[in-house]
Ligand binder design. Sequence first.
Ligand code: GDP
Ligand code: IMO
Ligand code: MG
Length: 422
Amino acid sequence: MANTILVGAQWGDEGKGKIIDVLTEQADIVVRTQGGNNAGHTVFIGEKKYVLHLIPSGILRKSKKCVIGNGVVVDPVSLVGEIEGLRKLKIHVDGNLFLSETAHLVFPYHRELDEQREILKGKNKIGTTKRGIGPAYGDKAARTGLRVIDLIHPERFKEKLQFKIKENNEILKAFGAKPLSFRKVHDEYRAAGDYLKSFVTNTVVLLHQACRRGDSILFEGAQGTFLDIDHGTYPFVTSSNTTAGGACTGSGVAPHLMDTVLGVMKAYTTRVGEGPLPTESAEIADMLHAMGREFGSTTGRARRCGWFDSVATRHAQMVNGIDELAVTNVDGLDSLDVIRVCIGYRVGSTKYDYVPNDIEAFQQCVPVYAEFPGWKTETHKVRQWKKLPANCRSYLRAIAELTDAKLSIVSVGPSRAQTIFL
Ligand code: GDP
Ligand code: IMO
Ligand code: MG
């Protein structure tokens, strides 16, 4: 397999974890390059469900290397918990998991600030995962963050943390929130530092050597295109570049070494948190929630649901350079008589065939729909493209064509076997 960047083409939770797990079979290394434990990537192996937050989903396949790259923000205590969880399930993590020295750290004051800012925003809140992601990337950009390399140097860590706790306690006091105890945070984080030390390495050099050997690298995107800090529905976004360029900056692997961009999208649309979602539909949400589907993997929140939005996915194709598509959750539409697909937006008499940059215009966009006949047949047992119902194939061909990329993978269920390659 060539070096592949896998991105979410919608608002996150497209089923990236499942597709990564399937594709890891052909890869040597899987790398996370952005985001933090706001991500929740679900993988089923048999009946067993795994939800990965910081560790690449590739970890579930023995003998594959997994890298947490420099662009990720790492809550070290949460990472220790995740490693412990995997160890309990007898998943091998020694010698195959690598943590970048230069990844930034998430601290309790980031989480607290995340929460306080959301409270202050009231009805204008973003609906964050409250994992401290925004404030941690804020410190990184302000050049006041602490990194993994600091965590494993006790004296340096102590000095830097003392300053940060002092600074942030002043801010927390202004919010009327409880100040943090330096000693408590220090001891907890130092213990995590000792635990993680053996995983810490120069991942840029590691990946460079892997490229020279000709290893295949799979870049595991977190979140989705419309949560990108630059290209998403700002300010209702996360704080990293979730689009394909983030894979380069977040790993140190140069752009010319990337071969393919694979976009993962659901056969419909979902979003967790606030912000515009033009095709949102109570009909689709009620149907999916009644099936027990579309509840968040990280926060358990019910996801907002809507029809497939091809204006959005075409935009995703443009900003990511998506070559190939994986369409997941096709089985979610099995029972519908008629399936709608958004092919344009309208605000009054103004028509848009692209996603407007003005968030207020985007909020007002009314979708223009095309309708497709449903297939009214269960698809979860289908394993070959030609065995899918004809209406289902037509629908999938149409949404790939509207997105302007080649359909390569179709997923009809959460397990590895429920994957059709074209
Ligand atoms: P990610 O964040 O992109 O990895 O996606 P999540 O794991 O947060 O959410 C996707 C959900 O859809 C998970 O519960 C997956 O197990 C599930 N899933 C993925 N592909 C399929 C599919 O084709 N059919 C069904 N029924 N579930 C799927
Ligand atoms: P995966 O990788 C879906 C959303 C939050 C919120 C916004 C900002 O599983 O697809 P943050 O905590 O990042 O500051 O929240 O982004 N969000 C996600 N939505 N999937 C995710 O990750 C998400 N990570 C963040 O709900 O709207
Ligand atoms: Mg998810």
